[in-house]
Design a protein around this ligand. Structure first.
Ligand code: GLY
Length: 384
């Protein structure tokens, strides 16, 4: 197998600088408005701050600010903080669990980098909103839908990335309730979302008495398949849980999730959207999964003892080498993204998602690509 060439430090710096220039080009289009979750024919429509994905674009702006210290990025990031503050105060489309995806890269990042008090308050309100979805029977944060509705008495693997907001809120406020809910949810997720072979269910239903029921997919191909991004959320989310809790089970979950993910990768280390498929199937890739896993690997390399981390570093550099070489958007244009060939939701005969964003740029794919490059360019204090 011809493995991708690991990205060098110089290549990572060049790729990050190119990404920063694309973000700069996009500022006029998405400062008063937000960026849609995925591109349409390679260009992101502008949208209202109403989607679950709107935090990723401000996250890119803050990463660009960290790289350049250019005040234009700081100002744009703070303008978007105003929008996120209004959204949480008016409760605009926040009746779901994605508060961490929304408020960590937008407001926690803004607060960490500028000390902006409005950003801090908005992020704490978002953490309050997130814990309001905790179901004590079953000990999980309900992902979607009316609280308690039998159709949606479930959590999803993606939620692991929402939890750093809760650990942050506990540190900021001194109130343990946020971290306590994060830990309980993580325990339920690790127990049920991960199958014995390290693969994952996208969504997992609980019975109303709090006992586990069954796994199902929404965005994967079918219930027993291997939705690539779910696996990626599981990998990155479990190493973040380990950083916050020191729980050996979280580290073991990271290792098992990662090893399964690696067994299903094609030669260029960028998976098809569901890892049931290999590229010869003609099914589209999901480049965002590679970027997310690279971040998880680099986080592991940052926090684990040195002897264990050389392999993680190398894998991350190979994945990022593949993305920078084969997937980066070649020609900058207003409204373009950073990496091609992401898949948001692909309809299958067995899943329940609405088809959109297939073989396009995705806002989180772009964000995690930039995050991984930032990690490769020096010490980075994670937003998560
Ligand atoms: N969190 C939803 C997704 O990854 O598409």
């Amino acid at each position: 197998m011809n493995r991708p060439v690991p990205i060098t430090d110089a290549q990572a710096r060049a790729a990050l600088d190119k990404a920063v220039e694309q973000v700069r080009l996009n500022l006029p289009k998405y400062t008063k408005k937000c960026q849609h979750h995925s591109s349409v024919n390679g260009i992101y429509p502008a949208c209202k701050n109403e989607e679950w994905t709107c935090g990723f674009w401000p996250g890119e702006i803050w990463l660009a600010y960290e790289r350049t210290h250019d005040d234009a990025f700081r100002q744009a990031g703070l303008t978007l903080v105003d929008s996120f503050d209004r959204r949480i105060r008016r409760k605009v489309k926040v009746a779901h669990h994605d508060m961490g995806f929304l408020y960590t890269p937008s407001c926690v990042a803004a607060y960490k980098l500028t000390g902006d008090e409005k950003a801090r308050q908005a992020a704490i309100l978002a953490a309050d909103q997130l814990i309001s979805r905790f179901q004590p029977k079953g000990e999980f944060i309900q992902a979607w839908g009316r609280m308690g509705s039998p159709l949606n008495y479930r959590f999803i693997i993606d939620c692991l990335l929402n939890l750093p907001l809760l650990y942050w809120a506990s540190r900021e406020t001194g109130e343990e309730k946020y971290a306590d809910i994060a830990k309980r949810h993580t325990a339920t997720c690790m127990e049920n979302s991960f199958r014995p072979d390290g693969s994952t269910f996208h969504t997992f239903y609980m019975h109303k008495d709090g006992t586990p029921s069954h796994g199902r997919t929404c965005q994967g191909y079918r219930d027993d398949s291997f939705w690539a991004r779910g696996q990626a959320w599981g990998v990155y989310g479990s190493i973040l849980s380990y950083r916050y809790t020191g729980d050996p089970k979280a580290l073991d979950t990271f290792q098992r999730g990662l090893e399964f993910y690696l067994t299903r990768l094609p030669e260029d280390l960028v998976p098809c959207w569901d890892m049931l498929f290999q590229p010869d199937s003609g099914e589209p890739r999901d480049s965002s999964s590679a970027a997310i896993v690279a971040c998880g690997l680099l986080e592991a390399a940052r926090i684990l003892p040195q002897g264990e981390t050389a392999r993680y570093q190398r894998l991350a550099r190979e994945m990022m080498g593949s993305l920078a070489e084969g997937y980066a958007v070649p020609v900058p244009a207003e409204g373009a993204g950073l990496i091609l060939h992401g898949t948001y939701s692909k309809k299958s005969p067995y899943n329940t998602c609405f088809p959109e964003g297939v073989d396009e740029c995705t806002s989180w794919g772009d964000f995690y690509y930039m995050e991984a490059l930032t990690r490769l360019c020096g010490d980075w204090d994670p937003y998560w």
